[in-house]
Structures are given as C-alpha cells and as structure tokens.
Design a protein. Sequence first.
Length: 307
Amino acid sequence: MPKLVNFGSLCIDWVYQVPSLVGSGETLTSTGRTVHAGGKGLNQSFAAARAGAEVLHFGAVGEDGESLVAVLDEVGVRSDGVARIDTASGHAVIQVDPSGQNAIVIFPGANRLIPAQVRKQALHALLPGDWLLLQNETSDVAEMLTQAAAKKVNAAINLAPADDRIHDYPLELAQLLIVNEVEAMALAKSSDLNEAWIVLRERFTSTDLVLTLGHQGLWCARAETKDVIMLNAHSVSAVDETAAGDSFIGYLMAAMLAGQPLPVALEAASAAGALAVTRSGASTSIPTRDQVETLVAKEQLNWRTIA
C-alpha cells in the first residue's frame, strides 16, 4: 500500500489553562500547565499512523527534542529522517479557555532550519502512489512542492499557520489543499469567507480544496467538478481544540492512502477531529482508529452538494 511521507514540524507544547484568552495589555493567572509533544507535523504523522497508514516523518529537532521523536516511534512512525541539529527545537505556548478555544504562539526553532540532506532524503523516499504531506511550520515548503511535482507524486499541504510565506508557494502544484477559515481568508486576501472561497475555487481549479469550519463542518470542492460538497460536524463537548485539525488531516490522509473516496475519507477525518476536541493536549488528544470508526457508525453526518 502507498505510504505517507511527512516533511513536517515537531514542537514542544506548553499548554496553559486560562479563564479567558489573554487580550492586549492584559495579565492573567493560569489555572494549570501541562507539557506535550506537538507541532502540526508530528500530530499529523501521529494521527495518520493511528489510522493505520505507513508514515515516514522527516524534519529536525534540537537536543531538547528526543521526547518528540520517541512519541513518533511509539506509534509506529518511522523517524530516522528526523535530524538532530544544534539549536532549540520548535515550541509553542498555548492558551486554552474553559470552552476549549485556544490561542497559540509558535517559536519555529529547528523546524525552519531543516538540513538540505533531510529534504533530499524525503524526496528520495517518495514513490509513485505515495503522498507527500506539508504544513507551513517548516523550511523549504516551496522546494518540496516543486520537487514532488517533478517526481509526479501527490502532494497535500495544510497552510497552517498562515503567514506571508503562503503567497509565494506554488500551491497549484498540490493535489490537495487544506485550510481553515483564517487560512482561507489570508490566502485569498479577503476578510469575507464566502468571497475567499470563491477566489480559491477560481484559483485552484486542478486541486481538491478542503475548507474546515470547526463545529460548522466543512466545504470541499473537487478538482474535476464545479460542485461543492458540504458536510456538517459531529456534536461534541469541546475541552481543547488543540490538534483537532491535525487529527482531521492525519485520518484524511490515511483514508485516501487506503483507497477511500474523498467524501468517505472526509467522514473519518471529521470524526477524528471531533473526538480530538473532547480531550486535552496535542498528540495525547488524537483518537484511536476504533474510536473513530465507532463514532462514524454511531452518528451519520449529512452531506449536501451545491453547484
């Protein structure tokens, strides 16, 4: 079966429980703090492996990052492509309020200094039928998209977090583009979500486009059709939104690698994302395959297709 090659970030997450997300000029006392393995790349690799995919992770950590690699190893992700370099690992400071909403500050660290040799190893590992997975937390995103296209292998990119770099990427080379509301509006340079969606659909006509909308579900535009599929979300009690999107993406990629049609894969992904928000932490909140399959069977989501 084809495999997932994730050229992805790894971060140490410091998670603070707060009565409300801190505003400008405000100081709050945290009611609790935990430390987790995280980073969008690590979380997505972890989720895909839990979903049953063969996953190879390529990236970089500092001397403080051995625990991050150990988390990948424990779930069966091949981590020999993670370099150890002389700098601090990436880390994130995460606020979580009582409703489960979060605010995150990221320090890129080693994720923006991935050695060229690691990039070459990741590209060499890609074979026909494999998927390359990228996020916007690492160096060399544009180069990886370009080289994957030259090798004629599938590439998926999650534009998280959105920053000015995203406008310089050859995103039209990706077969799958995954964005949330903030990322979609940033990429389209629009403050209106509906307008941003129209802009992205017109720009990426050869790319499957998935827009995640949290508790409102998702929109999906297929490359080969003008139709848009809308899927509602599972109704759950949110505790912590951290890694919900990463759980979604990991399970989505695993289902697609297993040959599932995109609409079916999105159902599994939606269930994984919903379950993740019911638990605290990043990789620690990612559900098992059995848990996802149970939710999919228990609660049938409603699809709508519009032109």
